[in-house]
Design a protein around this ligand. Sequence first.
Ligand SMILES: Nc1nc2c(ncn2[C@@H]2O[C@H](COP(=O)(O)OP(=O)(O)OP(=O)(O)O)[C@@H](O)[C@H]2O)c(=O)[nH]1
Ligand SMILES: [Mg+2]
Ligand SMILES: [Zn+2]
Length: 291
Amino acid sequence: MALEANYCRVRLDADPGATLLCTRRSRLAHGGQQVCVGDWVQVDGIDWGQSRGAVAAIEPRRSLLRRPPLANADRVVVMVALARPAPEADALSRFLLAAEATGLEVLVLLSKGDLVPPEGLALWQERLQGWGYGALGLSHHDPSSIAAVAERLGQGVSVLCGPSGVGKSSLLNALIPGLALRTAAVSGRLERGRHTTRHVELHDLGAAALLADTPGFNRPELPSDPHHWPLLFPEIRRQLQAGATCRFRDCRHDNEPGCAIERGWDRYGQYRDGLAVLSPPGPDRGGSGRR
Ligand SMILES: Nc1nc2c(ncn2[C@@H]2O[C@H](COP(=O)(O)OP(=O)(O)OP(=O)(O)O)[C@@H](O)[C@H]2O)c(=O)[nH]1
Ligand SMILES: [Mg+2]
Ligand SMILES: [Zn+2]
């Protein structure tokens, strides 16, 4: 399923090479349902001669990403460039938190490896390791790095997200010979991208995989559910999994007595800042929720 102006391009389950250009039945909108790229849909009123039809129903979704909008993804791939534009820790972290909020597998790609010395890549890989992510470095001048990415994305539906200009469309072009998506050089003193890609679009990556190119954006919103906030941080998850047990069951891992979460990690400041915004400490906190 892809969206084109007022139409959806629907790929046929029985014949993946064929597509139908479909309108949307108004009862979908009346039922509050928005068709999304990646949706499985039922089509009726098919005119095989004209390859036209109408989307009548949307199948239940396995997952839904709101920004960039994509249904039924299995994996979120966050891409940032090592240079042009230079990585910004805060923005990268926000992309990762938004990715974690989907509950899907998260993969980090560090692009434009050819623009920095090997230590530049190693430094970010080490930092991301501390955040809980093994990051793959890549460069479109290095076919072996592209092959490694192809291998990681070889199964299921992946969605590529990240700031504008980091090379998302360039990666798709490198992965899929003949694709020729539009790309554009970064511009300005800050070497920002030019928002070249305007739509979310799924592309075939071999027989068992799809990869969605998406428009870049620079600063994702923080996820809004305060209860899940701690679990969006692998740094906290791994301490809890290793058996850390706080005195209070609803511990915010802030200043509570008996908190078992160690605080000496890189993103702890961002964790606390987010906590202060999402769920300011209430006056009635205290002994309730004691184990
Ligand atoms: N040196 C170098 N440049 C790259 C690499 N990958 C992409 N670029 C360049 O980076 C610029 C931006 O690439 P795009 O693929 O358009 O970036 P994008 O992430 O799709 O950007 P938006 O569509 O705006 O979100 C282009 O000039 C690419 O040629 C790389 O591995 N090395
Ligand atoms: Mg692009
Ligand atoms: Zn705690």
